[in-house]
Design a protein around this ligand. Structure first.
Ligand code: SF4
Length: 292
């Protein structure tokens, strides 16, 4: 069982000089440390992040809302804020404490755009706030590495099943909120098949998703790799040896069949009318200038 502890954070938003091209975000926000979803491949277990008990406890930044209000009031550039890089803001705990919900309300009040990345259907609890933010820009990306609920139960044990994520995607799309899929990681030797990629693309399209942010591979390092390999031994006997032989100590582990799968993926997106990148936020001033 996950232990929940409260902490005081010194700052909340981190920023970059320019929005990143993959996710389109200028600021990043983490409301928690640790994540109840416990995906077996999670990079947040890496030593560099210094989260010592990632799978046992979640730290809640109890002063996050005050910090957010203060920091947003001092930002001169209204760039997109990303939620969901180091933990999932809609993990089960959120249903009880509503920290992401309260943060979204502050973001709506200050008129900032957002990009949420989640594996949780719980995001729907904030539908009204998302509709309000969408007047500026809101995109919700559901990470879907497989559409197979049984496989997802092994690789993403604490998260909503992919079928529930896709149903939530449908609700968002029906409410006019930009939504799509973050198709990463794709686990080599487990998820890197034409059948899986076709299912991710076709079911994204059927759920009203307009884009997929793809990568056909994963990253591994230090204790994240050790944890992942232990889970491979548990759920996928024999696969660990393939990883060791193919990737050694490498950080970037692209699927050995990625070169064959990329054109297949791009063709699937064309067939189903799904973009292979997220439509990015365009500031209102720029939109208006284009009218002249
Ligand atoms: S949802 Fe994201 S942050 Fe949470 S365990 Fe899974 S990969 Fe890690």
């Amino acid at each position: 069982m996950t232990v929940v502890k409260e902490i005081q954070a010194k700052t909340l938003l981190t920023g970059t000089a320019h929005p990143d091209t993959l996710f389109g975000c200028r600021y990043n926000m983490n409301l928690y440390r640790g994540c109840e979803h416990r995906c077996i491949y999670c990079d947040s277990r890496s030593e560099c992040y210094e989260i010592e008990h990632f799978d046992e406890e979640v730290l809640v930044k109890v002063n996050a809302i005050d910090l957010l209000r203060d920091e947003l009031s001092r930002k001169r550039i209204k760039g997109p804020i990303s939620l969901g890089s180091m933990n999932d803001p809609f993990m089960p705990l959120e249903a009880e404490i509503n920290l992401a919900g309260r943060a979204l309300a502050v973001i709506a009040e200050f008129g900032f755009p957002i990009h949420i990345i989640t594996k949780s259907a719980l995001v729907l609890k904030d539908l009204d706030t998302l509709r309000e933010i969408a007047r500026t820009y809101a995109s919700v990306s559901f990470t879907i590495t497989t559409t197979d609920d049984d496989l997802a139960a092994k690789v993403e044990p604490g998260a909503s099943r992919p079928s529930a994520r896709l149903r939530a995607m449908r609700v968002l799309a029906d409410n006019g909120i930009q939504t799509g899929t973050t198709m990463m990681p794709i686990l080599p030797f487990i998820e890197d098949s034409e059948e899986n990629l076709e299912a991710v693309v076709s079911r994204t399209a059927a759920a009203g998703g307009s884009y997929i942010i793809p990568w056909i591979g994963m990253t591994t390092r230090d204790r994240q790799r050790a944890y992942f390999y232990a889970r491979l031994d548990e759920h996928f006997p024999g696969i660990r040896r393939k990883y060791e032989r193919t990737f050694g100590d490498r950080y970037e582990c692209e699927s050995p069949v990625a070169r064959r799968l990329w054109p297949f993926f791009e063709d699937a997106c064309r067939r189903h009318g799904v973009a292979t990148h997220i439509p990015l936020y365009t500031p209102q001033a720029v939109k208006q200038l284009r009218l002249f």
